[in-house]
Design a protein around this ligand. Sequence first.
Ligand SMILES: *[C@@H]1O[C@H](CO)[C@@H](O)[C@H](O)[C@H]1NC(C)=O
Ligand SMILES: *[C@@H]1O[C@H](CO)[C@@H](O)[C@H](O)[C@H]1NC(C)=O
Ligand SMILES: *[C@@H]1O[C@H](CO)[C@@H](O)[C@H](O)[C@H]1NC(C)=O
Length: 433
Amino acid sequence: MLRTRGTEGIIHSQYSTTMVPVLLILMGALATLQADLLSHQKFLLLPPVNFTIEATGIAQVLLHWDPNPEQEERHSDLEYHVKVNAPQEDEYDTKKTESKCVAPLHEGFAASVRTILKSSHPPLTSSWVSAELKAPPGSSGTSVMNLTCTTNTVISSHTHLRPYQVSLRCTWLVGKDAPEDTQYFLYYRFGVRTEECQEYSRDALNRNTACWFPRTFINSKGFEQLAVHINGSSKHAAIKPFDQLFSPHAIDQVNPPMNVTVEIENNSLYIQWEKPLSAFPGHCFNYELKIYNTKNDYVQMENLITNKFISKIDGVSTYSIQVRAAVSSPCRMPGRWGEWSQPIYVGKERKPSVEWQLIAISTAVCFALLIFSLICRVCHLWSRLFPPVPAPKSNIKDLPVVTQYEKPSNETKIEVVHCVEEVGFEVMENSMF
Ligand SMILES: *[C@@H]1O[C@H](CO)[C@@H](O)[C@H](O)[C@H]1NC(C)=O
Ligand SMILES: *[C@@H]1O[C@H](CO)[C@@H](O)[C@H](O)[C@H]1NC(C)=O
Ligand SMILES: *[C@@H]1O[C@H](CO)[C@@H](O)[C@H](O)[C@H]1NC(C)=O
């Protein structure tokens, strides 16, 4: 405050002597301001011209524009700011005058672009120019619904460049407003290659509702998106096409591990397997091992990166063993678990159970025969006790001895002998288990 007042005092007191320099300073400031304004006018950015959006493939467009011919090319650092408005908002900057976008096109595509100079502070921008690609005709109820696709690695059937190929299967539902005579056609694009489906499955009205490509150009190792397009035709209505993008890692159905073997040694299970049929090398897989104890109804799950596992077993249960695989993150974005391998059954219970059944049956037969023979013996005894002719007394306890005595009489004896053997066998078997 004091200082300001002092300065004012000085200016005031020396007004006449400092008049000329002050005027000069003021004039200088004005000139600078004018120059600034002028340069701003010169830097005024003009929007690009001839902005077009062109569909160049399934779910793919090319945006193209030209630099404004009126724009002074003094700044080599001119860029373009692209804003996608539909079907999904996106923004990016580019130095080029064209760019490729991948997006479903059945709802159309709209974008704007402007010129931008980032090196100035704040960045200078031109006005926007916009363009759009109209949505194809047809009401949305005529489009297919619930489109799902899965890929699977198969061995190349021909002598091909690649040992593995990828099959593709897609299914969908007929649009709820689609006329009965609607027919659908499926196409897929992977990179620059497009193919039309040749093998359809049909519903009761002969409409295509699934498609199978035994071999495709899809690379399961690829990061590119798979684009699927289903359009259709009908005599009664325009059928609106439908586009969907799929990430290969998300729809890839990994094959089960191969050659699963299980060996039992000293109350341990030695489980081994090989990597699934896949273009990925062995180190790319994670495994999930399921050891199911059928006796205790207990499931043991193991997550592994190796392809072998040793597990302790109790020696009395049966186990079912299954393994499944997934491609792990260093090789590809983690996807779903693949199919389980066929179960392998090992352990004590299952095989002996057949023997146990045999033993049970033979025991039952023996028991029946024993009873029968006893009844016979009693009858025999009865007949021997009461008929007038006296016979030597015998005790039931002395059965084997008695049977030997009576060997020559009839067939029941043979059975009795048999029975004794069977009982002996049973006792032996029982003691073993
Ligand atoms: C814009 O397009 C028109 C017509 O296609 C063409 O004559 C003109 O040269 C283009 N402008 C630029 C700057 O390329
Ligand atoms: C189809 O998808 C819709 C929503 O996405 C779902 O509600 C419906 O249950 C699906 N229909 C069938 C048959 O899967
Ligand atoms: C369906 O799409 C394919 C590929 O874009 C095109 O070649 C074909 O003519 C279309 N068919 C119908 C009926 O729209």
